[in-house]
Ligand binder design. Structure first.
Ligand SMILES: [Zn+2]
Length: 202
């Protein structure tokens, strides 16, 4: 019988000499939907190796690629999955949640006035005191200096042009933006499923 905790306790690496500084927790699995597209690009959909192996034993995922490293238990040896695909398709909601992170992602982590990537905050395009609401259509990413400069004015009053008119993005649009942010760590078996190179040329 499968027991995740037992596996965890039994887990140990064979080739510790390969790289002794890396431990099991450094072997996350890239999670693909049943159509083999990543569940999410940014943040990248990753599961800890324990969760991935549990899902394999519960028949919820197929192993697409593996690390060279293995886990061992009295009853089995297994390579740690590096890419897994869900057997059942997870339908993504059409529109993403209105969160700070998603506003930044829609605006590609860029001040919508000057293009800066630093000291990012949020700005009400139409200020609250003029009836501006906290919605996708009225909240944009702005750097602190631009935010200060604009103050409680509209872009027109402040003479500051917006790069783009803010819209409520679809989940698909956010996914596209997320592709532009490759993770700091990218295992070789993930590349085929992420298409970073294609996106970075754009
Ligand atoms: Zn700015």
């Amino acid at each position: 019988m499968f027991n995740a905790e037992l596996i965890e306790r039994a887990a140990r690496f064979r080739g510790v000499d390969e790289d002794p500084t890396r431990n099991l927790s450094a072997c996350p699995a890239l999670v693909l939907n049943a159509d083999y597209t990543p569940l999410s690009y940014y943040p990248l959909s990753l599961w800890p190796w324990q969760t991935a192996i549990k899902a394999v034993f519960l028949d919820r995922v197929d192993i697409v690629a593996s690390y060279d490293r293995e886990v061992h238990s009295p009853s089995f040896d297994m390579k740690i999955p590096s890419v897994i695909a869900l057997r059942q398709y997870v339908k993504q909601s059409e529109f993403p949640a209105f969160t700070r992170f998603n506003v930044f992602l829609r605006d590609r982590f860029q001040c919508q006035y000057c293009g800066s990537h630093e000291h990012l905050t949020f700005d009400h395009v139409t200020p609250r005191r003029l009836g501006g609401r906290t919605t996708w259509e009225n909240i944009i990413t702005a750097c602190a200096p631009c935010n200060m400069k604009k103050g409680g004015r509209t872009p027109k009053q402040a003479g500051m042009a917006l790069h783009r008119t803010p819209i409520r993005p679809t989940s698909w649009q956010l996914q596209q933006h997320g592709k532009a942010f490759p993770p700091g760590y990218l295992h070789e078996t993930w590349r085929d499923w992420l298409y970073w190179d294609v996106e970075l040329e754009a």
